[in-house]
Design a protein around this ligand. Structure first.
Ligand SMILES: [Zn+2]
Length: 349
């Protein structure tokens, strides 16, 4: 009989959903009042000090101290009633706010800890406290993130192009058991746990229309989504920043990326419901014809593959693998229209 695992409770207030953005890229941020500078937790609509509604998310130090701890041996919540008792507690962040957090096993009262946001199955953000030295070693039974890539069976939509080859070698280095492509004879669909779409950079002037590419993705999703084992599966899209803000002198490429982004977001919603996840990378400039007029340095294929592997290991959802894409993300978050004009004014090739 197929074992159906429970997804932890996912209901969150709109204010609490603000944790998703920092969690997606591995940052730790808390709400801060723009009027009186009071740090807030839990996330809320109005400042707990002055009732101002001007609350903004700002990156914070990760440092905190454990105030209390408890192991949950029995829970009415099916997701927390597994063989391992979740270790939880209260931690006081350096700003003074107190958070409920999942504690790494060796954290106890009085310890200094580092806080991270991690995604639980289903995509909700939870706070995790770990000893500072073990900050990167974050494997936990209740979260799907980060999970080691060791022993995974992977499928690349194109294993022969430069990105496909770089991903193959990065995944095998990270311990993947098999990396298959469309022409692999030994590929076994029923055993695939990681799908990487490596073919979205294919020449936009080539013979395949955008409609055909979209249909190919939808067929792939139909083929794999039902058979990917719950909780274990991860789907990866390698796109470019044009998915989020068009590169004006490359309308075909930008449209292709925007379409792929829409497909990725739709598939992510579906996968989250079965406890799986989806990761998207948005590099600024790659070694492709369409990116030649973009300013700044070109990200190599091995660097992109390595950024994807790191994101998978750390449980991040959005990958901005180079300084330019991180800079654009900041501008996009702050003022989308200003970035649109900035990109429109970039010197033509
Ligand atoms: Zn205030």
């Amino acid at each position: 009989m197929k074992r159906i695992f429970a997804i932890p409770p996912r209901l969150r207030s709109r204010a609490a959903l603000g944790m998703t953005g920092p969690a997606a890229i591995g940052r730790f941020a808390l709400q801060v009042c723009d009027d009186c500078s009071t740090v807030q937790y839990p996330p809320q609509e109005f400042c707990r000090q002055c009732l101002s509604s001007a609350l903004v998310w700002r990156e914070q130090t990760r440092q905190a101290a454990v105030l209390a701890e408890a192991s949950v041996y029995h829970s009415l919540e099916p997701a927390f009633s597994g063989p391992t008792a979740p270790h939880t507690g209260l931690v006081r962040h350096n700003s003074g706010v107190v958070l409920v957090a999942f504690l790494k096993d060796n954290c106890c009262v009085g310890n200094t800890v580092h806080l991270s946001y991690v995604f639980a199955p289903g995509g909700s953000v939870v706070v995790q406290a770990a000893p500072p030295a073990a900050d990167k070693e974050k494997v936990s039974a209740m979260t799907i993130t980060p999970r080691p890539l060791a022993g995974l069976n992977c499928y690349l939509t194109d294993s022969e192009n430069p990105l496909g080859q770089a991903c193959k070698s990065a995944l095998l280095d990270a311990g993947a058991a098999n990396v298959w492509g469309p022409s692999s004879r030994e590929a076994d669909d029923s055993k695939v746990e990681l799908v990487v779409e490596t073919n979205w950079y294919a020449d936009t002037y080539g013979g395949t229309s955008l409609g055909q590419r979209m249909e190919a993705h939808l067929e792939l999703a139909e083929r794999f989504t039902p058979i990917l084992p719950d909780r274990k599966c991860t789907w990866v899209f390698a796109l470019s920043f044009a998915a989020l803000s068009a590169y004006p002198d490359q309308p075909r490429h930008s449209a292709q990326m925007a379409a792929a982004q829409a497909l990725a977001i739709s598939l992510r919603a579906k996968l989250l419901n079965q406890g799986a996840r989806l990761v998207v990378a948005y590099p600024a400039k790659l070694d492709i014809e369409e990116h030649q007029s973009i300013e700044g340095s070109t990200l190599s294929w091995p660097s992109l593959a390595s950024a994807l592997v790191t994101a998978l290991q750390n449980g991040h959802e959005d990958v901005y693998p180079d300084p330019q894409s991180r800079l654009w993300l900041e501008r996009l978050t702050k003022d989308r229209k200003a970035l649109e004009r900035e990109m429109a004014m970039s010197p033509a090739p």
